[in-house]
Each structure stands twice: as structure tokens, then as C-alpha cells.
Design a protein around this ligand. Sequence first.
Ligand code: ADP
Ligand code: MG
Length: 453
Amino acid sequence: MDKSDLARIWAVVYRSLQYEFGSPIVNSWISPLSVDKLHSGVLYVKAPSLFLRDWVVNNYQDAILRFCQKESKEIRALEIFVASVKPTVIEKTDSRKSMPPKQEETQLKSEEILGIPLDPKFTFENFVVGKPNEFAYAATLRVAESDKVAFNPLFLYGAVGLGKTHLMHAIAWNIRARSPKRNVVYMSAEKFMYHFIKSVRYKDMMAFKEQFRAVEVLMIDDIQFICGKDSTQEEFFHTFNALVDNNRQVIVSADKSPSDLDGMEDRLKSRLGWGLVADIHPTNYELRLGILQSKAASCSIKIPGKVLEFVAHKITANIRELEGALNRIVANAMFVGCEITVESAREVLSDLLRTNDRRITIEDIQKKVASHYSIKLSDMSSTRRARQVSLPRQVAMYLAKRLTSMSLPEIGKSFGGRDHTTVLHAVRKIEESVKENPSLAEDLRLLGDILTG
Ligand code: ADP
Ligand code: MG
């Protein structure tokens, strides 16, 4: 069989492959191949890179051989080789070879092409640990500190502003510090999609895949971004599987748990949940205060503890907003030069406080307090003065004062039209009693947590 016979066979095979797999795949994977020779029943096909060869062997080798054999009985085996690599004959029966470990042939370190700069503040040292995030913290630290794959993937999820990105960067910093050679890539799902689309447009899927192939630890942030984007999901699925199959660590974050990701393909959803799923819960008062204290400690000016407590009570949405609030207070003190007090903080944060207050209503407080003390909700507004109802009522007024920005008269009105002096009295009374009554202190702490989430 001469060269032109081989070329003719290859052309037919090429068309059959196009028919079976579609043009994009054939353009990416088959068109770079060229037929070299037929020798002792073995068809030698040349591939431009090891990566391409492995990919073709893993995914299309059987089909190629099948189509070749249709055209010529002389072809018994197929060998796809890379010019620089010693060829090994691959028989039809042992076509499933794993991708070789990453190495030399990738010219550029993928993180240089793919990754985005890490925030120097997002380290484990700067991460304050509390009940809501201790599990996620432990899981990420474990991944960062083990040289073997710990769990694959690590799936981190939680609402916006609770520290997902911070933890991912912390993993990257930690690994880079310990083993600078490890190829760690952090990117947003959006950036992943951008790269993917770009390489489709410029018919450069190979380079795309090649880059990811060298990655040892891949972190994709905010995966929810690719919900409903089918071809990106498809590509992510392949990238993901290729990495996991080769024992590379994958870490993914999202704003929801894998099963709640609407618009995500089922197989991907289920795959994402295979490893360890760690969620970050909404903050509680202690964590917020801890974060504020830690940020305040690295601040050039002194912020009174009362102000930190005030902010921790009031700004409950998320940690990003909490930081923003603290920055504002500091900036105001520096530029305007006024003393930092709860009152000045309240003023500086007035707009933020309004939006946060909307989240905690008087009704909420009354309901939660009533159920905590097992009294009727109507007793919040009733005139009964028995201690088993008056104490909870005072607690509710106190919480209303602390957790909302409503004025004393407004609060009084919501408690059966009481006078503002009654509310003031209640607030003072609770403030006093709490000092010598640990069980009341515990009640307040608990209720505060429940209400501020
Ligand atoms: P997400 O990615 O979940 O939306 P980020 O990781 O961007 O949230 O966190 C928002 C901000 O809050 C960042 O500035 C981050 O440093 C800070 N932050 C979050 N959690 C903590 C924490 N536990 N300790 C200190 N700072 C935190
Ligand atoms: Mg984030």
C-alpha cells in the first residue's frame, strides 16, 4: 500500500469520524494527526504532542481503528505516536491508557496563563474562625496542607461575602509557600468560560486542554456562573474528569450546594458532590465581633470595643459588608478627625443600618422571644404585669433597641402603645440584670444569634 492509498483511506476515516463525533471535535483532535506509514499491519499515525496523542488514544482510538479496518483488512493495529516520544504499539484491546503525569512538554506554566493574581490579604492567618465557618476552614486547611489529594473535589458553598474566595486564595498561598513548584491555578468560573469560548473561536481547543492538563491543583470559584451554559459545562466536565482521573486536586466553590444548582447538568451536579461538601453558614455575633476585632487590631487608630460590638450587632448581612462598615468608620475618623463613638458610627453607617434593619423586624423579635419564653405573642402588647410575661417583654424591647434602628417611641408603639420611658426603663433594667444573671445573658446571646442569623 503506498502513500496515496493511505491518504485516501485516511480521508474516508476522517469523514466518518466527522460524521460520528462532529466537526468541532474532529477539527480539534483529528485534524492535527497525520498518517505516517503502514508496517506489518500497524498503521502509524503521527501526533504533534503527547497530550493530543493521549487524548486521542483515550477517546477516539477505537473509533479510528474501526473505521480504518472498514477501509482495509490489512490494518490490524493503530499506533499514534509523537515524533519525540518513543512509539509504543497500542493494540485495540489496551486502548485505555491514562494521561501521563504532567511534565516538561508544557512550555508555559499554566498558572501564568490561566490564573489570576491572588489577594495578599486572603490567607489562613487572616481568616477568623468561628462556628459558622469552622468546618469549611478545616477542610480547606486539610487540602492545602496535604501533598496527596485529600478529597476530590472539595466543594465549598455559602452565600455571598462569607469567605469562599478568601479560603480558596488561602489554599493557593499555602501551597505556593510550601511547594512553589506545584502548579496551582485559581480562576473564576467566568474566566474558565472566557478561556473556553476564546479557544473555540480561535480553534485552539488543544492549547486550552493542554494548559489544564499541567495543573495539579485547580480551583474554580463561583461555579454557579456556568449554570445554564451547556457547552461550557460540558467542557468543564471533561476538564474536571481528566484532572480527577489523574489524581489532581480540584476545589470548587458555589453559592449553593451541588444539588441546588439549577441549570447544572445532573451528571455534573452529582459529580461535584462526590468529594467533600463543606458549607459556610451565615455569620453569628461572635464571629462578626471576632472579625472586627482582628481587623481593628491591624488598624492605625484605636476603635473602642463598644463601637465594634455595635457594628457586630447591626451589620449582619455578610462579612464583606462588615468590613466595609469598619472601613467607613475608620476613614471618617481619619479624614474628619472626630472621635469614634457609637453615635458617630451610627451616623456614618446610617444607610447601611437601614438596609440591615429591614432584615430584623419588631414582629420577628417579639415572635422569637415569645416562643423562647413560651408565652403568647399577644402578651408582648398586653397590659399583664406578671413577671413571666414582663421579663420577656422587656427582653424583646431591649433586643428591639439593639438590633433595629427604631427609636424608643417607635418601639413603645409596637408594644401595645407603651410610652418611650417604659422602653428606656426596660432597656436599662435588662442591661443591669444581665450583669448578675448569667442565664439571662445566655438567653440574650441565644436570641441575638437566632435573630441575626
Ligand atoms: P465570598 O467569596 O464568599 O463571596 P469573600 O471570600 O470574598 O466572600 O469574603 C468577603 C470579604 O470578607 C473578604 O474581604 C474576606 O477577606 C472577608 N472575610 C470573609 N470571611 C472572613 C473571615 N472568616 N475572617 C476574616 N475575613 C473574612
Ligand atoms: Mg467570592
